[in-house]
Design a protein around this ligand. Sequence first.
Ligand code: FES
Length: 108
Amino acid sequence: MAETERPERIRLGPPDMLDGRTLVPVTVGGHHLLLVRDGERIVAAERACPHEGADLLLGRCVGGRLHCPRHLASFDLQDGSVSPGWSFRALRLFDIESASDGLWLRMT
Ligand code: FES
């Protein structure tokens, strides 16, 4: 698909799809992601930890950070950077738009 034909956003579901939950798994184009509620903000993140692939759905979100359940590294939900002492790459994050017609993953 040509770059100009790519949709700018993809609808994930209804606006209330987190329904009070902090972490909700979604699959987009075959990629496993997590919707993460951090206060009023919702962001999408890759579901597998970039360290050894632990399922971040089993982690927890506290104070703007997503904590991995396996080795307890945590990721800043603003830029994906990992907590001090770790040397692996940042967690990939994706912007979420919350609208009256649903939650949308922004592709740009
Ligand atoms: S697998 Fe996540 S910190 Fe090691």
